[in-house]
Design a protein. Structure first.
Length: 305
């Protein structure tokens, strides 16, 4: 087969790695500046980089800007605002659970896509897919339970439950966002995945930056000062976020979204390395087993696609 057929694989791996770095940086900003300012950083500081990427694709590679329609903009909005709220929920989950565990919950997005597609549009689910769903569900259960003998107050237990709910909710919204971006790229009909991805991510980050920026200006005007106080980390976050978004949307334009997101589960491995190496978080054996089962189930899902 032609090499181009497989290019979505390294692009997806780069997207997952960049997204892990961005999440880690956002977590640090969230602790210093707050949840919504950290969410804003991802989009506003990433927008200049995505605009530069689009200019390079157009001017440097000689590709023409594609024509777009209200339908395209509508699907981009679904992707953009689903991603915006999903990001905020994920950061909130990171405040309740270990970094890698919160990321693992958000990655149930793939399971939710498979289950919802089977229930709502009657897509065929193979025996291998069902096995993957079952194994991953057991992994999620192991991540979720705290155990009767677990130390901590009632407030600690409630925080753990909140982390579970927030993480799963972020996965749901990431699933909706993924479907929106995929539909937008298909509607655009661009001649190249590069221009489709670059064009889509600029529109998405512009929508996200304007909407969240307007909200912060009205409700939390001091947030901008707090974000500028960590401008170096904010720029790094914006660059990593822009790279991740550009790679995701390019991969969505090249290949079906389920395969892309299934391969993107490698992010959990990257998150584990950062959780242990940067944040010095130690996971319980049950949590490690849960992550292992979740990954194993997702591998089966990937093989079934």
């Amino acid at each position: 087969m032609q090499l181009a057929i497989w290019l979505w694989i390294p692009i997806t791996l780069l997207a997952a790695f960049s997204q892990t770095l961005r999440n880690a940086a956002q977590r640090q900003i969230s602790g210093a500046s707050g949840l919504l300012p950290a969410t804003f950083v991802r989009f506003a500081f990433g927008l200049p980089f995505t605009v530069l990427w689009l200019l390079f694709v157009v001017k440097g590679l000689g590709m023409a800007l594609p024509a777009y329609s209200p339908v395209f903009l509508g699907w981009v909005a679904v992707g953009a605002f689903g991603q915006l709220f999903a990001t905020a929920l994920l950061l909130a989950a990171m405040g309740k659970k270990a970094f890698v565990v919160a990321v693992a919950y958000s990655k149930t997005e793939v399971l939710q896509i498979v289950v919802l597609s089977a229930l709502l549009i009657s897509e065929h689910v193979t025996g291998l897919s069902l096995a993957g769903i079952l194994i991953s569900s057991i992994g999620i259960f192991l991540l979720s339970v705290t155990g009767k003998g677990a130390p901590g107050s009632e407030a600690d237990r409630r925080a753990q439950i909140a982390g579970v709910v927030l993480g799963l909710a972020s996965g749901t919204l990431f699933a909706a966002s993924t479907v929106g971006y995929r539909a937008a790229s298909l509607n655009l009909g661009a001649p190249s995945p590069l221009i489709a991805g670059a064009f889509g991510v600029v529109w998405a980050q512009a929508m996200q930056s304007l909407a969240l920026g307007a909200y912060l200006a009205l409700r939390q005007p001091g947030a901008f000062r707090a974000v500028l106080g960590t401008w170096k980390l904010s720029l790094a976050t914006g660059f990593a976020g822009a790279l991740a978004s550009a790679c995701w949307l390019t991969a969505f334009a090249m290949h079906n979204v389920a395969d892309v997101r299934a391969l993107g589960m490698i992010e959990i491995v990257f998150a584990h390395l950062i959780s242990h190496g940067v944040f010095r978080e130690r996971l319980k054996g049950r949590e490690l087993n849960g992550i292992g089962l979740l990954l194993g189930g997702l591998v089966l899902l990937c093989l079934a696609m």
